[in-house]
Design a protein around this ligand. Structure first.
Ligand code: SF4
Ligand code: SF4
Length: 280
């Protein structure tokens, strides 16, 4: 048995839109009977790139999260479809039949991830198919995977323990989008944007130099969560943190009085300059 899945590492995605464009190239103006009708040039984003800006000046981060159909095991779109118009193949790919689905707007409305697009002209719900028409011809991966210059996406057989995607999944370093939907998606994510705390350390008696190599510890309820050292500019950052959780940051350096700061904000926080003063 084969069950196709995709793992997307958001840290590796540069937002170049190659995957989006290769999807357009494959589907705009092309009908694949039994798989999909032509994707309109505008208004549909079968491989959508969601841009998220975090933090505020002077510390802003931008992340790009590619969002195709999640190929859910418990797919609400399949559950509401009449006459088998949306169904899951033996290899796990969810297909919306371009003939049988005509007029069934409820299929588009049922998707909790909002990745089905309603084609008014054709009266048809449409979405990503994992390029099933190519896989059935012997291709090993969809066009969006092939076109990614940073290998941000891995595609493969989740049932094969030796496939790259299975090995990555086995590491446990992944999550799914919106698990509360209980849809069991087969598109998995690594490094989904979360929350960061950052700052810049200065030594009060050496302000003309960058304070590199200063130890900074992140704590929660008085217990160590993680630590780091400042970079060549004296900057530090903790990312991937829980939203809505209180943290404190401790800055220590030999010969200087250490400083602990409570991070009251529950969102992305840049602490600005933290100045260490020599002891005594
Ligand atoms: S993400 Fe939406 S369209 Fe894709 S399988 Fe799940 S419910 Fe269906
Ligand atoms: S091709 Fe790769 S790097 Fe470019 S937007 Fe898509 S996933 Fe991101």
């Amino acid at each position: 048995m084969t069950t196709y899945g995709m793992l997307i590492d958001v840290d590796r995605c540069t937002g170049c839109y190659n995957c989006f464009l290769s999807c357009k190239d494959e589907y705009c103006g092309n009908d694949y009977p039994g798989y999909s009708a032509s994707q309109p040039e505008f208004g549909q984003f079968w491989m959508n790139i969601k841009e998220v800006e975090r933090g505020e000046y002077p510390k802003v981060k931008v992340d790009y999260t590619p969002i195709p159909c999640m190929q859910c095991k418990n797919a609400p779109c399949v559950q509401v479809a009449q006459n088998g118009a949306a169904y899951m193949r033996d290899d796990g790919i969810v297909i919306i039949d371009p003939e049988k689905a005509k007029g069934q707007k409820e299929i588009a409305d049922a998707c909790p991830y909002r990745v089905i697009y309603w084609n008014d002209a054709l009266q048809l719900p449409q979405k990503c198919t994992f390029c099933a028409h190519l896989l059935d011809k012997g291709w090993k991966q969809p066009r969006c995977i092939e076109s990614c210059p940073t290998d941000a996406k891995v595609f493969g057989d989740l049932d094969d323990p030796n496939s790259e995607i299975s090995k990555l999944k086995a590491s446990g370093n992944y999550e799914v989008l919106r698990p509360e939907f209980n849809a069991s998606p087969k598109v998995l994510y690594a490094s989904l944007p979360k929350r960061f705390i950052s700052g810049e350390v200065l030594l009060s008696d050496k302000k003309s130099e960058c304070a590199q190599g200063i130890k900074v510890t992140l704590q929660k309820n008085g217990a160590r969560v993680s630590d780091t050292i400042t970079d060549v500019y004296g900057d530090f950052e903790f990312d991937g943190l829980e939203q809505g959780t209180g943290y404190s940051v401790k800055v220590e350096f030999d010969g200087y009085a250490s400083i602990s700061l409570e991070v009251a904000s529950r969102i992305d926080t840049h602490l600005g300059e933290i100045e260490l003063v020599p002891k005594g």
